[in-house]
Design a protein around this ligand. Sequence first.
Ligand SMILES: [Fe+2]
Length: 281
Amino acid sequence: MPQTASAAADDWTVPQDWAAYTSAEHALWDRLFARQSQQLVGRAVPAFLQGLDVLHLSRPGIPDFAELSEKLTALTGWSVVSVPGLVPDEVFFEHLAHRRFVAGRFIRRPDQIDYLEEPDVFHDVFGHVPLLSDPVFADYMQAYGEGGLRAVRLGAIKRLARLYWHTVEFGLIRSAEGLRIYGAGIVSSHGESLYALESPKPPRIAFDLRRVMRTRYNIDDYQPAYFVIDRFEDLLRQTLETDFAPLYRALEASPDIEPGEVISADRLIPLDRPSPGGKAP
Ligand SMILES: [Fe+2]
């Protein structure tokens, strides 16, 4: 998620400087990758698991963004660029709108293997890049970036950021076999990738665009509720077809909904109930 950092190029990108990573840093990536890719079998959406292939490059360890981008560009036209940390919202949206995903280049310390606040290269690349190889999700991310640039002009970033948070970062999706994870914040977290699917505590609420944009979120703990989509096509269609300017104005009159709060209009999705007659997305 966007914020501030020291400026680099005009677009805030910096060289990844792959040669500067230590062997211990590469080993930590490999350890995180092995642990999490095993954990996600049967838990992540199939498109994510297939997309993990894009991260298998000619050398093990932290991916070289140049080689990664070459593979990704051939699939969906996306590339991965390196930034020094969190970047301003408009810069973030501008990159997304041009199919460039901004990724942090540092990797967490070994004592942060289970939790860190600022997104590192494992969160950004393992968490986000696999689904950028899915054509529909790739289009959604670009549409989100374009929507972000419009939201900057309309002063509505806060509401649009909630859409990103509750889908791209922490979304769940229904499949014929039951609920699956697609949000990057969940797939890159060893603890939350179990909690989100198995804990009886958090409600799983059917996705509704207006409702999601009214819903605040916590950044420092597991999510107290998750929003569930049926398929990526729905996210893309709603993002492309909704006229957000009047929606933002209408939402000004609607109170925020607290994290984890369930409202009467919510449709709750039981754990492990497959979508009716549905195909896996
Ligand atoms: Fe993220």
